[in-house]
Design a protein around this ligand. Structure first.
Ligand SMILES: [Ca+2]
Length: 118
């Protein structure tokens, strides 16, 4: 649980995710998350690795994140233990990082085909 606290402090996503959904709608919001994934991923591997995250994080305005926070984000989101984030893992992480979205996230994940990949 300590990891969640570190992450919440490092990234104040919960403040603007709900307003993004209000503005973009659920589909638009998920499209934003997916384009965020593409910005951060290693193009050759199709995964977010520590190196790709470090290299590309400034594109998402995360340039203030230290190595420790980047590692924490990877550990937090890496569900299958391969040390990198797939698009599905990244989407799930984004939802988990916004406590206000947790209630709706299951329904949204079902609407979106990311659920089919689980
Ligand atoms: Ca993984």
């Amino acid at each position: 649980m300590a990891q969640y606290l570190v992450l919440d402090n490092a990234l104040d996503f919960e403040d603007y995710f709900p307003s993004m959904i209000a503005r973009l709608g659920t589909e638009g919001f998920i499209a934003e998350i997916c384009s965020g994934f593409r910005l951060l991923m290693d193009c050759e591997k199709g995964l977010i690795t520590f190196e790709s995250l470090k290299r590309n994080s400034f594109l998402l305005g995360l340039h203030d994140m230290g190595d420790e926070e980047l590692v924490c984000m990877l550990l937090e989101g890496d569900l299958d233990g391969d040390g990198a984030l797939s698009q599905m893992e990244f989407c799930i992480l984004m939802f988990r990082m916004s406590p206000g979205l947790m209630d709706g996230s299951k329904r949204w994940m079902e609407d979106f085909d990311v659920a089919d990949q689980m």
